[in-house]
Write a protein that binds this ligand. Sequence first.
Ligand code: E4P
Length: 218
Amino acid sequence: MKFFIDTANLAEIKEAHDMGILDGVTTNPSLMAKEGITGTNNILNHYVNICSIVDGPVSAEVIATDVDGIIREGEALAALHPNIVVKVPMILEGIKAIKHFSSQGIPTNCTLLFTPGQALLAAKAGATYISPFLGRLDDVSTDGLQLIEQIRTIYDNYQFETQILAASVRHPMHIIHCATIGADVMTGPLSAIKALAKHPLTDLGLQQFLADYAKGNG
Ligand code: E4P
């Protein structure tokens, strides 16, 4: 299972990269705004900066919602760096654009995906990744993990190569359940990734080992 980090914060991306477990990065316009990155040039430069830290796919989201605009914007994003993945919203104009990008060999991430039908459409258009937002479904009392399971079954039934990128991950149990289901990738905050390492028995055991060593070795 690949681990992507869902942030535009360069320090967090560097920290995750230094842990040695980071496979890629996802961003969205809200995450860019959170870091105070505004204006086309600054936004484009920021993507290049992210690509210089992590050697893996970096999702950069288009703002346009018409097919021509999405294609224009996506091609400009893809030209920034070979690791850029063009993130396209799950709308019909987006599906047309994904089909175009797929024919040009430009990788895509179909975002804001909430149903198995949307996942089927995106795969048929040739999306490289789809991003089902499991946390946002959980937020409205709908089972986000069940959606990931359904998509896994559909993709396996027809050997679709589109990768399931479980997005809107909120906590370590989301990551564990996604790995159990067989999501190809997960993207979430660094805090959820770091929480995977935590267990009180690990801390207690280490404390004991160090204390016993100190007794015998001064
Ligand atoms: C996906 O790529 C999105 O950037 C993201 O995972 C959304 O997560 P949120 O629901 O925590 O905002």
